[in-house]
Design a binder for this molecule. Structure first.
Ligand SMILES: Cc1cc2nc3c(=O)[nH]c(=O)nc-3n(C[C@H](O)[C@H](O)[C@H](O)COP(=O)(O)OP(=O)(O)OC[C@H]3O[C@@H](n4cnc5c(N)ncnc54)[C@H](O)[C@@H]3O)c2cc1C
Length: 338
């Protein structure tokens, strides 16, 4: 078990900065080294968890099992056509670095997803999204190792069952496959999706035309102003998903709360802004010991220093209860609770 560390601190492996430890911790940087780890059969004796950068997890206690930390690198162009390119990216590549690579090649499709923390391998798991784009729209294929059989399986876009902050890897196949690489199709024609959020305004302020590079820069600026940097203040981005409710219920609620923010997503369903619900319930800036709701972003829970994961989880539960009580709406975490 030479490359498997014991009693390993995870403090630098979760963006909440929770000081929890893993019983076993192993890094792999290739399918070969992953198979070496699996050969020990430790994953059959202990529970295990696949870890990217830990930017979407909350460690509520020490992890009494094996953490498999993915560091598979590499960006390789597979096809280059008149209209687009097909590029294969190692699952351990830092997502933002891949976005910056795409922008530097004057390619389009993921520029609105700049500065989302995490690895490329985690991007399909919850179908990351921001500023009007979701990663599902550029993913061509996902390659993953099935843990039970140690065979490689290819998932095409449909197989991934992408949905809002969700995929088959977060649902029925959770913890069964380790994603090793992802293929993306990136366009040579700029998408220029600028209508969402403050992108247009930011481009105007910077006196720049829309193109993948300027949009990525605008998104970086907006996000840096809006969201707390995990290196400074521990957090996992949006802690809760925006709840999807019946439009009838939304209309009823609007009578009582005319300012309530919602987006129609189908004939009968409306997605409600969870941040608005929390803010309007007076919980923005709410703090209990070192666990708190960010003072500017109600959807972001933060660790003001020495909060334990359990304290953050308790705060999350308290928020869920208050939201249910006030609006009759159930909100649930987007973050993976361990
Ligand atoms: C400040 C901040 C802002 C954020 N903003 C956004 C945003 O705008 N939009 C958004 O969608 N998300 C956002 N997030 C959440 C987070 O960035 C994403 O969920 C990201 O994809 C997580 O990547 P990770 O490598 O850190 O995954 P981890 O947190 O390590 O893991 C997340 C999940 O993916 C699984 N997983 C990871 N790697 C693999 C793999 N190779 N194979 C199989 N399963 C794997 C894990 O087991 C776990 O279930 C934000 C987070 C922070 C801290």
């Amino acid at each position: 078990m030479s490359n498997i560390q014991e009693n390993y601190s995870l403090k630098n492996y979760n963006t909440f900065g929770i000081a929890a430890k893993a019983k076993y911790f192993a890094i792999f940087d290739s399918i070969l080294s992953l198979k070496e780890i699996l050969k020990t059969n430790l994953h059959q004796q202990e529970k295990f968890f696949i870890l990217g950068s830990g930017s979407n997890i909350l460690l509520t206690q020490d992890y009494n099992g094996l953490i498999l930390h993915n560091k598979i690198e590499g960006i390789c162009i597979l096809e280059d056509n008149d209209n687009d390119i097909l590029v294969e990216v190692g699952a351990g590549v830092v997502w933002h670095n891949f976005v910056m690579w795409s922008v530097s090649q004057e390619l389009s499709g993921i520029e609105n997803l700049a500065l989302i923390p995490g690895t490329v391998g985690a991007s399909p798991v919850q179908n990351i999204g921001a500023y009007g784009l979701e990663v599902k729209d550029t993913i061509h294929k996902v390659t993953a190792l099935e843990i039970a059989t140690q065979k490689i399986k290819i998932f095409n876009n449909k197989d991934c069952k992408f949905a809002y902050r969700n995929s088959t890897f977060k649902e029925e196949l959770k913890n069964q496959f380790i994603i090793t690489k992802v293929e993306f199709r990136l366009s040579k024609t700029p998408l220029n999706k600028t209508t969402y959020g403050a992108i247009e305004q930011e481009l105007k302020n910077n006196n720049t035309e829309a193109n993948p590079k300027s949009i990525a820069e605008a998104v970086i600026n907006i996000r840096s102003r809006k969201l707390p940097d995990p290196k400074v203040l521990g957090n996992s981005g949006s802690f809760f998903k925006n709840p999807i409710i019946e439009t009838n219920q939304f209309e009823e609620l609007k009578k009582e709360f005319p300012e309530m923010v919602g987006y129609t997503i189908s004939e009968s369903k409306t997605k409600v802004a969870a941040g608005w619900l929390i803010d309007n319930a007076g919980l923005k800036g709410y703090q209990k010991a070192d666990a708190g709701v960010h003072k500017n972003q109600a959807l972001v829970l933060v660790n003001y220093g020495n909060a334990s994961g359990a304290e953050i989880l308790n705060l999350a539960k308290e928020i869920e209860e208050k939201i249910k009580e006030k609006y009759g709406i159930s909100i649930e975490p987007e973050v993976n609770i361990l």
